[in-house]
Design a protein around this ligand. Structure first.
Ligand code: PGA
Length: 255
């Protein structure tokens, strides 16, 4: 049985006091309403929030995630944060290759593969993001393109390391737009990705790989998206900034 995950991506939102308040609210509701959940809850928070929130979550089952790391291990890279630093907090998950990073910071496959390697070396699970733009979807070939993102970022890994990866399919046109992929569109792409993984690593590894959907996921559309057989959970942006909405999304993954 593959892991079900609901991860909140706070992006560049919340001051430290606001972030601590949000994490505390999520933790309190989770402890009272979700005591027996089989869903892994992850909060991917800004760098400055990581350490204090790690203290808050230490006795809980909620896992801590970062949103990025640098693709070199250490050294003269002013302003950057290494995978080893994240591991020392400790952080359990880290987003890699979110479309905002690909678009605004020109991150390309080679760098993403290096980030994946450094995270795995430091026992942090990469949450590897992929997805097509609307123009790419309209032009057709979007399935090949998303498969290529996965091949280039991940398929250099040996099977036992690939097994540590979580994948997030996030169509760029759905992120922050209020227009989510339909459950048919999400299921179709997740099935394509699983088949692509199977072609490289075999059926067992593909069946065990957690593939999340992200892009305008909210409490209203989550039940339908999560009912798709190949959608194992969600990567939630805007709706993860409201504790009640985020918890309702987690609950819909529990069903
Ligand atoms: P959104 O963002 O839920 O606000 O669309 C998702 C993401 O970018 O991870």
């Amino acid at each position: 049985m593959r892991k079900k995950i609901v991860a909140g991506n706070w992006k560049m939102n919340k001051t430290l006091p606001e972030g601590l308040a949000l994490a505390s609210e999520i933790l309190t509701i989770a402890q009272t309403e979700l005591s027996q959940t089989s869903v892994e809850i992850i909060l991917a928070v800004p760098f400055v929030h990581l350490y204090p929130i790690s203290k808050m979550l230490a006795q809980s089952t909620i896992q801590l995630g970062a949103q990025n790391c640098y693709h070199k291990p250490s050294g003269a890279f002013t302003g950057e944060v290494s995978a080893e630093m994240l591991a020392s907090i400790p952080v359990r998950y880290c987003l890699v290759g979110h479309s905002e990073r690909r678009q605004y910071f020109q991150e390309h496959s080679q760098q993403l593969a290096e980030k994946v390697n450094l995270l795995l070396k430091n026992n942090i699970h990469p949450i590897f993001c992929c997805g097509e733009t609307l123009a790419e979807r309209n032009a057709g070939g979007h399935e090949e393109l998303v498969c290529q993102q996965i091949s280039e970022g991940l398929f250099h890994l040996p099977a036992e390391e690939f097994a540590q990866i979580v994948i997030a399919y996030e169509p760029v046109w759905a992120i922050g737009t209020g227009i989510n992929a339909s459950s048919e569109q999400a299921q179709a792409m997740h099935a394509v990705l699983r088949k692509h993984i199977a072609s490289h690593y075999g059926e067992t590894i593909a069946q065990n790989c957690t593939i999340l959907y992200g892009g305008s996921c909210n409490p209203s559309n989550a039940p339908e998206l999560f009912a798709c057989p190949d959608v194992d959970g969600g990567l939630i942006g805007g709706a993860s900034l409201k504790a009640r909405d985020f918890i309702e999304i987690v609950k819909s993954r529990m069903k």
